[in-house]
Design a protein around this ligand. Structure first.
Ligand code: GLC
Length: 559
């Protein structure tokens, strides 16, 4: 039996503060805006909020480039606002999870400034600094946002390493002093009463012992960081140390953004004695992606989606808990990405919601997902703020796509799809701000907004409320948290169905991605005995041994 932890039954909600709610009407969302909307979050029913970074930052990568870990950026508010958020959240039984960005800091952090002043001094050792060898950069790795990972330090022949943007120099985790300073900082925040941390880009903290070239995979003669990480071992020593010095003594929740974990390492990362409480399941988000860039990506079909979910569920069974998502601030909106075009309506959105939410693991809802917010249509690159979209646009052009074709690609995958302001109402700028929003709202806000959905028992919002309520229902809670996921009808195209097998209780979750009515043979189903707990269709029918699903219908039932 798995040891029970306080966070197992929680439902989490990701807030992207810049786009959530703007309380002072300067066009940028802020911490007070979150405080003002806590009652809304309570009404939705969630228990944990993860807030994307609000630390001091020049915002080259939307706060994921931190220039002071101990300060709140004035665009988001003050430390008093943060303390108030913690207090007000606590009153409502909501835990706050902050974002921990420690693979890199900002090039405007004082550590980096001191390193630039004296690359050979103490602070030079906080970063990875190298010189060219025979006129060549130390190695040919490509940064995630394009171009080589090496950038010259001002006025010197030293180069520093950045696996993300050049304004995000990587911190040297091999240096024990750096690790100490990081743990000190984490404990400072945990001592304030945080519930825990979401840990950014963490797999990158360990580099191969030697900066060496790998086979180039594009015309730029550089190689993907995935290749580099596959050749890296030894990250466990850092992660174990961090856990033991910070999260564990605080009993804190931690969820890792872990791409590229190696086969067989799952238990090390997310097992009972793992480095983290949980890690995100990204299998379906990377499905169809290509090292060549977004223009070569293939859109996953519902059957791809199902296969990915089931692979992850099988792999994690008996090990620990994945954190399950359909979107986040780096991904397109889930309903635009995973639902076939003809299914992108309220019924389809509820279908996807129930199918992912009922999987074993911790459900995370990204702001606006509970309204069924969709991708925005971007037609020119100057409408896009996100740095990775700008790089991918260039990659498209270099590959010979026309600007129009390049924009179609960028529009589909841009991180700015998820970053448009939350759609509170049908008022100007969707009620997000009375000023000019930093990023334009989605044009569809008159149709998709919270105000319209709040009192409507059939809205997407109400459906999410019901899913959360069901997860908390004492009668089903144990099965929903701990029950094994047993996939069924795996060969049925367009159908995703599974049991959650609990102790003496069995729940069925079944959905139809197609528009045709389907009759599905399900062992043990019985129209009279089976109790429908939730559905997105008025009728939910079953006969002896057969479940009937209308087009886009999803059913959660007790067998
Ligand atoms: C993570 C964040 C992303 C950021 C990157 C660099 O992937 O989620 O938004 O750009 O790390 O910090």
């Amino acid at each position: 039996m798995m040891k029970k932890e306080w966070w197992h039954g929680k439902t989490a909600y990701q807030i992207y503060p810049k786009s959530f709610y703007d309380s002072n009407h300067d066009g940028i969302g802020d911490i007070r805006g979150i405080v003002e909307k806590l009652d809304y979050l309570k009404e939705l029913g969630i228990d944990l909020i993860w807030i994307s970074p609000v630390y001091l930052s020049p915002c080259a990568d939307q706060g994921y480039d931190i220039s002071d870990y101990y300060q709140i950026d004035p665009v988001f508010g003050t430390m008093e606002d943060m303390d108030q958020l913690l207090e007000e959240a606590k009153k409502r039984g909501i835990g706050v999870v902050m974002d921990l960005v420690v693979n890199h800091c900002s090039d405007e952090h004082e550590w980096f400034k001191k390193a630039c002043e004296d690359p050979e001094g103490e602070y030079g050792k906080y970063f990875y600094l190298e010189k060219k060898r025979d006129g060549k950069l130390p190695c040919n790795w490509r940064s995630y946002f394009g171009g080589p990972v090496w950038e010259p330090m001002p006025n010197s022949d030293w180069y520093y390493l950045h696996v993300f943007h050049k304004k995000q120099p990587d911190l040297n985790w091999e240096n024990p002093v750096v690790r100490e300073r990081i743990y000190e900082m984490i404990n400072f925040w945990l001592d304030k009463g945080l519930a825990g941390f979401r840990i950014d880009a963490i797999i990158n903290i360990k580099k191969p012992q030697m900066f060496r070239d790998y086979p180039a995979d594009r015309e730029d003669q550089l190689c993907d960081m995935g290749t580099v990480l596959a050749d890296t071992t030894g990250i466990g020593d850092f992660l174990r140390e961090m856990r033991d010095r910070t999260f564990r003594p605080h009993g804190a929740f931690s969820v890792g953004e872990v791409f590229n974990a190696k086969d067989g390492e799952l238990a090390d990362f997310a097992g009972e004695d793992g480095y983290f409480s949980s890690i995100f399941d990204f299998r379906q988000t990377v499905e169809g992606k290509s090292v060549d860039g977004w223009y070569r990506a293939r859109i996953p079909s519902p059957d791809d989606y199902k296969r990915c979910c089931f692979e992850s569920q099988r792999e994690m069974e008996g090990v620990g808990f994945y954190s399950n998502i359909i979107e986040n601030h780096d991904e397109p909106r889930g309903v635009s990405h995973y639902l076939p075009e003809e299914a992108r309506n309220e019924k389809g959105k509820k279908l996807l919601a129930a199918l992912y939410f009922m999987l074993k693991g911790l459900p995370f809802i990204y702001q606006g997902q509970e309204l069924g917010m969709e991708n925005k249509i971007y037609t020119a690159i100057d409408q896009v703020d996100d740095i990775s979209s700008r790089d991918e646009y260039q990659v498209c052009l270099n590959a010979g796509l026309s600007p129009k074709e390049a924009m179609e690609v960028v529009s589909r995958y841009s991180r700015d799809n998820a970053r448009t302001p939350f759609q509170w109402s049908d008022q100007r700028h969707a009620g997000f701000t009375k000023g000019e929003p930093w990023l334009k709202v989605n044009e569809n806000y008159k149709e998709i907004n919270l105000e319209k959905q709040l009192g409507d028992p059939d809205s997407v919002f109400s459906f999410y409320q019901q899913l959360i309520r069901l997860r908390k229902d004492p009668k089903y809670q144990d099965t929903i948290i701990y029950g094994k996921t047993v996939p069924i009808l795996e060969e049925e195209l367009g159908i995703m169905a599974y049991f959650r097998q609990g102790e003496g209780q069995k729940l069925l979750v079944a959905g139809n991605f197609g528009s045709e009515r389907r009759r599905l043979p399900i062992n043990g189903i019985n129209g009279k005995k089976c109790k429908v707990l939730l559905s997105n269709d008025k009728n939910a029918e079953a006969e002896e041994g057969v479940l009937i699903l209308e087009g886009l219908q999803v059913v959660v039932a007790e067998m």
